[in-house]
Write a protein that binds this ligand. Sequence first.
Ligand SMILES: NC(=O)c1ccc[n+]([C@@H]2O[C@H](COP(=O)([O-])OP(=O)(O)OC[C@H]3O[C@@H](n4cnc5c(N)ncnc54)[C@H](OP(=O)(O)O)[C@@H]3O)[C@@H](O)[C@H]2O)c1
Length: 337
Amino acid sequence: MKAIVYRRNGEPAEVLALEDIPEPAAPGPKEVAIRLVKCMVHPIDDLLIRGYIPEPIPHGGAVPGGDGVAVVEQVGSDVDPSSGIVPGARVVLFPVHGTWVERMVVPETAVFPVPADVSDEAASQVVINGITAIMLMRHALAAQSVVGAASPLLVTAAGSSVARNVIALARIRGTKVVALVRSDASAAILTESFEGLPVVSTEKEEWRAAVAGAHGRSPSVAIDPIGGAMAPDLLGVLSDHGTLLTYGGLDPQPSQISTITLTVRSQAVKGVNAPSWITTTTPEQRVRDIADLFAIVRSAPQNFTEYSEFALADAVSALSAASASPRRGATILKFGI
Ligand SMILES: NC(=O)c1ccc[n+]([C@@H]2O[C@H](COP(=O)([O-])OP(=O)(O)OC[C@H]3O[C@@H](n4cnc5c(N)ncnc54)[C@H](OP(=O)(O)O)[C@@H]3O)[C@@H](O)[C@H]2O)c1
């Protein structure tokens, strides 16, 4: 079967290859054999391939991809059919490693059925980024409750896939949001998507005042994947007792944060990552979270309708398309073409 493999870190065009690798073994107890259908290309895929996030490469090479949509081909013993995980079922996969491959065997705990009204394209876009948004919202609402539920959330890199899911979820939860993007062009694209959403561009000199004024009071929580030089600026626009929730490092520079200011203003900085979902939630919570994933798709279908698809063999072009700026919609790898 075909897979995208890299054996050293570097420029994707130089290190990625479409290879024939052995088929996986039959699924064991509590395992599921699946055939991949679609995978969204994520910023982290590029970072891992280039080695910017250090991760050891296994002897036989590494396969990118940490989520996807698939069809169940076979289930191992002890997989409960009442879970909906049965041969032929469409499922999302998370957390998994190495999904840029035609077939895999994965634990049943990483497999969740996709409702009939959710397309493969939408399901592939909402997996890791929706779970990240759900975790961020859980932390954000807890942090916001310290200051008061009327205070808005500030969502940065707000045109990103994660941020769009956060905005959709905030609307479901009835929480006010102010969106921050880095360019007027990105602001125009986002404004089209969410009616009535205050969108502020950091291209404008007075962006800090615009953030504070968007809902008549300063945000209590910033949900931010940028970090770097942006982090102290964000703490500056947050209210006292505010929290900076960080979930990435789009600006890889270390942040210069004054602990004196944090102390005096009783502010907090907290990191959130999607892979910890499996270790920090109960199975019951995960079932509710997966239901929320599909609620996001239903409530904000506009987040999922624009995308470009690439064959697995064109993974290098897909990675390049995924990092275009400003970009409209997701980049998806499609299997079997
Ligand atoms: N912690 C976790 O578990 C987790 C999970 C998923 C994603 N993430 C991280 O979340 C971030 C967003 O992921 P995504 O898939 O949602 O991204 P995406 O859809 O590819 O969008 C990236 C967005 O970031 C903006 N951006 C890029 N560099 C920026 C910078 N230096 N300053 C300001 N804005 C910048 C882009 O703005 P323009 O449109 O203006 O170019 C674009 O809107 C990534 O850093 C990713 O690694 C973390």
